[in-house]
Write a protein that binds this ligand. Structure first.
Ligand SMILES: Nc1ncnc2c1ncn2[C@@H]1O[C@H](COP(=O)(O)OP(=O)(O)OP(=O)(O)O)[C@@H](O)[C@H]1O
Ligand SMILES: [Mg+2]
Length: 230
């Protein structure tokens, strides 16, 4: 479904990604792991066209999307939730979802209701300004906004980072539910425990290279522990 081949990226002269190869199949949950600063966010931004690669290709459902703009990738079914739970703080929860719906062009009101079913905690908060939500609620809203675009694949950058444990469990349950319903997911996650519970497959990045890849069971390996330890 998503195929990344020989992907390289840089900020000016500082090279950050080196020859990244991986594939996510339909319905699969792929976890991208690795310590702070190894290039996880850079990888997702390059996959989404927020950043342009210096080499390599990104294909989605057999189409080369490497030169497409971010919104064109979203329209093809790549839903993106960037790191740091981005929302429009001055808009209410309902308006945040509505604005996203209007941007998609499909104006299918049902998409909003469906996104809310994934996060029932947001329903009583529909009239509240997003800026007044807790970090965990904002993250739920950020994921709900991506769901409104009716993605075929959801791309999430550390959705549980800095969020209180009880909400982490809710977000985990929502991701698990979306995965069980057949959505493909590319998830950046630093917590091994969570990755072990959710992932089908994983890749581990180190200094911009994929240094380990495999089925989730292999995450138990001692070698993997060493690559993730801080
Ligand atoms: N806008 C930028 N300009 C220059 N360098 C950057 C920029 N963003 C990231 N970098 C550098 O690129 C490298 C990879 O950063 P990136 O944010 O992709 O890492 P990460 O694995 O997502 O880290 P974290 O776990 O902290 O989110 C780091 O060395 C970082 O300092
Ligand atoms: Mg990051």
């Amino acid at each position: 479904m998503l195929k990344v081949e020989g992907l390289e990226a840089a900020y000016g002269r500082a090279r950050v990604l080196f020859g990244i190869d991986f594939e996510v199949e339909a319905g699969q949950l792929m976890c991208v792991m690795g310590r702070n600063g190894v290039g996880k966010t850079t990888l997702l931004n390059t996959v989404m066209g927020v950043l342009h690669p210096t080499a390599g290709t990104v294909s989605f459902e057999g189409e080369d999307v490497t030169r497409l703009k971010t919104h064109e990738r979203v329209r093809r079914g790549m839903g993106y939730v960037p790191q740091g739970h981005e929302t429009f703080p001055q808009l209410t929860v309902a308006e945040n979802l509505q604005v996203t719906l209007e941007a998609t062009g499909h104006r299918d009101k049902q998409a909003v209701d469906e996104a809310l079913t994934a996060f029932p905690r947001l329903e009583p908060l529909l009239k509240r300004k997003a800026g007044f939500l807790s970090g965990g609620q904002q993250q739920q809203l950020a994921i709900a906004r991506a769901l409104v675009t009716r993605p075929k694949m959801l791309i999430l950058d550390e959705p549980t980072e800095g969020i209180q444990p009880s909400i982490v469990l809710e977000i985990e349950a929502a991701i698990e539910h979306l995965h069980a319903s057949g959505l493909a997911i590319l998830l950046v996650e630093q917590y091994l425990e969570l990755a072990l519970r959710l992932a089908d497959r994983f890749i581990i990045l180190e200094a911009g290279h994929v240094v380990h890849a495999g089925e989730a069971e292999a995450l138990h390996d001692e070698q993997v522990g060493r690559l993730l330890a801080v």
